[in-house]
Design a protein around this ligand. Structure first.
Ligand code: KG4
Ligand code: ZN
Length: 333
């Protein structure tokens, strides 16, 4: 059984051919560079780029994997949340192939794709917690099993990846700011600047990040912005973020324990998990709290079609799927 999957929810155009036996026959992720000069994603440009790139990489994927379109048993695409233009392009492309080949189409929720991605390379015991940290989402999900996922906490303002990108912009770094901040932080003193940790001491499990960007903005106004300064701010920022994430995870686990729910493992997913410092801090937290910590494979961390293919393999296709409308604000279940 082979699935052809498409991811086009934001500015990554990605396709993947995966077997039900988990073999990745081909996986291509094309990160659109066109947005770099604007310091953020321009939806209309993303849509046009998806349409062009999708046709090219689909053709190449079949050539490289030596698989024929007629060998595909199922087509899948991200149908939300995300930018409506890009979602329409990816899903219409996949639906058209599915109609042309008379094979089922499976719509996939992008969040579910991220959250289920660690089940590809790990055996997870339930109940389980998933922390999603990406450009558009910062959420904690309670997972009773692969089919029962519920939201228990989220950022009340900016998403974490968005915060990395905004702080990067304030520091004059390239877009996206996440990898740049990680790079500069390596040579910085994480205790140099004490940045705020909004909502950390609150009873609520929700998180808030927008105040940190404001604090960095103030530091930039009052200091000489050289490499030393950027490195120290980047390191202090990552230190502050790791404290918020581990603090909120700890609080969530304690709260569930009060309701007699014992969590013995967590997973962390989404683009920000590319950050080695954040990964290490969460891994260390897991060791301290006697929790197993799972991550997806590297190619399923940032937006990618492999996680969409894998999520579709875990689903049963339904005939009415072909009428499924992409939804930019799609939530989980
Ligand atoms: O999951 P993702 O690819 O897209 C969304 O679904 O949003 O996440 C993209 C986000 C961007 O904000 C980017 O800056 C961040 O992930 N990111 C990182 C790193 N690599 C990517 N943030 C921190 N450190 C990194 N190394
Ligand atoms: Zn994503």
């Amino acid at each position: 059984m082979l699935v052809f999957a498409i991811e086009t929810s934001c500015d990554e155009t990605s396709v993947c051919i995966m077997g039900k036996d988990k073999t990745i026959h081909n996986h291509t992720i094309f990160s659109q560079q066109i947005h770099e000069r604007f310091g953020g994603v321009i939806p209309e440009l993303a849509s046009r780029a998806h349409l062009e790139i999708l046709q090219e990489i689909t053709h190449e994927t079949f050539l490289k994997s030596n698989i024929k379109l007629k060998d595909i048993d199922m087509f899948a695409a991200t149908c939300g949340p995300g930018l409506i233009g890009p979602l329409l392009i990816g899903s219409t492309f996949a639906k058209s192939l599915s109609i042309g080949c008379s094979k089922p189409f499976v719509p996939i929720n992008h969040i579910e794709g991220h959250v289920l991605s660690p089940t590809y390379n790990n055996v997870i015991s339930y109940p389980h917690l998933s922390l999603l940290i990406s450009g558009g989402h910062t959420e904690i999900y309670f997972i009773e099993n692969e089919k029962k996922i519920s939201l228990i906490a989220e950022s009340v303002d900016d998403a974490l990846g968005e915060t990395f990108d905004k702080v990067g912009k304030v520091l004059g770094l390239k877009y996206p700011g996440g990898p740049e901040i990680e790079y500069f932080a390596k040579n910085g003193n994480e205790l140099k600047y004490k940045l705020p940790t909004p909502m950390l001491k609150d009873k609520s499990l929700n998180m808030s990040f927008s105040g940190i960007k404001t604090a960095v903005n103030l530091l930039v106004k009052n200091n000489i912005v050289d490499n030393r300064f950027i490195s120290d701010v980047a390191a202090s920022f990552q230190f502050c973020i790791a404290n918020i994430l581990t603090g909120k995870l700890s609080k969530t686990i304690l709260k569930l324990k009060d309701s007699s729910i014992n969590i013995s493992s967590i997973s962390v997913v989404g683009g920000v998990i590319n950050n080695n410092y954040i990964r290490k801090k969460i891994t260390d937290f897991g060791k301290k709290e006697d929790l197993e910590v799972f991550f997806p494979i590297k190619e399923m961390m940032s937006d990618n079609a492999a996680m969409i293919a894998w999520a579709s393999i875990l689903k049963t296709p339904k005939e009415e799927n072909i009428f499924y409308k992409p939804n930019p604000r799609l939530t989980i279940l």
